[in-house]
Structures are given as C-alpha cells and as structure tokens.
Design a protein around this ligand. Structure first.
Ligand code: SF4
Length: 316
C-alpha cells in the first residue's frame, strides 16, 4: 500500500520556534519521501548538532542524531556498510561548513551516493545566534554585538570545488520547489548537495522571509541547463565554471534551482567495487560475523587475506 506524507511523521513533539524555516524543510521531506515511496526501513536520516539536528527525531525512518560536524562521516560509514540504503544527511550551515567543513569537502571528492540537505540560516540558532560560516562580513544580526568580522563561505562554490556531482539551492518556504529538488537529489547517483535558505525567526533579523521573498528567482525560469549530457570533461568544466559564476549572484537577485548535475562520474561504491569485486553483492552489513552460537566467524586469516593487496613494503 502506498505511503502518504503523514506516515513519515513521528509523534515526537517538535520544539522549534514558531515560524522557523525548519518546519518547511521537514514538511518537504515528508512529501518527497512519500512521492519517492522510500521504504522507511531502507532509508536513514543522519543529523549533526544544532536546531536542524533534531530532524532525525521527527521523520519516521531510521534516524541517527550524531555529533557536531560529524553527520557526514557517520552517513559515509552507514552507506559503505550497506550501499542499498538511501542515506540523507541533515545539517546546519554551522555544523557542515564550520567544524564539519573537512568532511563536507571529503564527501564531494568521493562522490558517495548520499544526499546532504543543509539548513542555511546564517547563525548558530541553538546557541543563541552567533555568526555562522555563511553570514556575510559586515552584517549585524540582532544577537551580535558588532558586525560580523569574517567573510562568508559560498556553499555552492565550495560544493562545486569539492566535486559534488549534484549541486542545488532551494528555499525552506517554497515547499513545492524544495520537494522537487530533494527528489532530484535523492534520485541522483553520487554526492548531492542542497543549500536550503532557511529563515531563523529568533536570531537572524536580516535574512528574513521578506528579504528572500523580494529576491529569490528560479534558475529554470531563465532556461538554465545544469546537466552534463555526455561523459566529457570539457562539458563538465564548462558547466562547473558557469555554475560557479552564477553562485556569486547574491544581492538584489538570488537564484534557486539545480546549478550543476553530472551523472557520469563513478560513485565511490563503484570505485570500491572495482577493487573488491564482491563488495556490492556482499557488503559488510550483510556478512555473517558469528555462527548461531555467537562464535566469531572472522579470524586473523580473514584479515590477512582481505588486506593482502594493500601491503606495501618500502625500502629505505
Ligand atoms: Fe529555528 Fe532559529 Fe528557533 Fe533554531 S533558533 S528553532 S533555527 S528559529
């Protein structure tokens, strides 16, 4: 029987501030999962720390609420252990681009087939509104004593530079657009990133609903073509370069939509399978590690055989 969006809700009390953009993101997740008919037992949401970290509690699929900045490494381990699972990361801009920035870059380099949804509100909401890595220099939100002294990270440009093969931006209060963007990201084979602009009504009195309402436009309305059609490095470079330029647009007009998509880059799972031919048919999570009595089936000899191709003897 088909699942409807309500069946992806849990009965956990949602304690976000009334009017928070996180509600729009969660509603979009319920709808996207239902439209994709993702089996809850085969879907995993992994979150970090921050207001967005609570998302894992509110969606009725497997959920792991992890450590600050470490949602991507947890998600990487889950996906590598069982590549047949659909793994979705939720993190804030402080979590993913501050303490978690190294992991964010590493995921793009690997092109592991998971989706990262970033709740981007420009502040650390859970700890009372300090400037996050996406807040622009010179802005003074109401929780800051002085204007922000640091430059901002451009999440779209960083994702492109890191190697993500699906890079998009959407808006928390445009549920229809966000649902479609999440569906495209989940269907994409490879590392997918969505920068979701999200008003924080408690601490960010600059990047508000009104600020975005007057500026946001859809890339598709101007005929933007993000997809690399052929497995050609030249075409990929040209589309990355255009997407990079477009990502710099942020003043009177702010584009949302898919900036770049390249379906021709091998995923990390495929790269591993080239070295370990049985990996996809018999990944670690499906292997037996003990007999029915609990006696371990893995011996030192198994390790010796598994790693024999990786032993390097270096002469000095
Ligand atoms: Fe949302 Fe900001 Fe409140 Fe956190 S502090 S729940 S981000 S409005």
């Amino acid at each position: 029987m088909a699942l409807n969006p309500n069946q992806y809700r849990t009965d956990v009390w949602i304690d976000w501030c009334p009017g928070c953009g996180n509600f729009g993101i969660t509603t979009a997740i319920y709808r996207a999962l239902a439209e994709l008919q993702l089996e809850p037992s085969r879907t995993v949401i992994v979150s970090g720390i921050g207001c967005s970290g609570k998302t894992a509690h509110f969606v009725n699929v497997n959920g792991v609420h992890t450590l600050h900045g470490r949602a991507i490494p947890f998600a990487t381990g889950i996906k590598l252990a069982n590549p047949s699972l659909e793994v979705i990361v939720h993190g804030g801009d402080g979590d993913l681009l501050g303490i978690g920035a190294g992991h964010f870059v590493a995921l793009g380099r690997r092109n592991l087939d998971i989706t990262v949804i970033m709740h981007n509100n420009g502040v650390y909401g859970l700890t009372k509104g300090q400037a996050s890595p996406t807040l622009r220099r010179g802005l003074k939100t109401k929780a800051l004593a002085k204007p922000n002294i640091q430059d901002a990270v451009n999440p779209i440009a960083l994702a492109l530079a890191s190697g993500y093969t699906f890079v998009a931006r959407s808006y928390a209060l445009d549920t229809k657009h966000l649902v479609e963007t999440i569906k495209k990201a989940v269907r994409h084979r490879g590392s997918a990133f969505i920068d979701v602009l999200q008003p924080c009504v408690a601490y960010n009195d600059i990047l508000t609903m009104h600020y975005y309402r007057d500026r946001i436009y859809r890339l598709e309305e101007e005929g933007w073509d993000p997809v690399v059609r052929e497995p050609s490095e030249e075409e990929a470079e040209e589309k990355i370069s255009r997407a990079w330029e477009k990502s710099m647009e942020w003043n009177d007009k702010i584009p949302i939509g898919v900036f770049y998509q390249n379906p021709h880059v091998p995923t990390f799972e495929e790269r591993l399978a080239e070295r370990l031919p049985e990996y996809l048919d018999n990944p670690p999570a499906l292997q037996r590690i003990a007999d029915p009595s609990g006696k371990p089936l893995v011996t030192p000899e198994h390790f010796r055989r598994a790693f024999k191709d990786f032993i390097v003897k270096v002469r000095r």
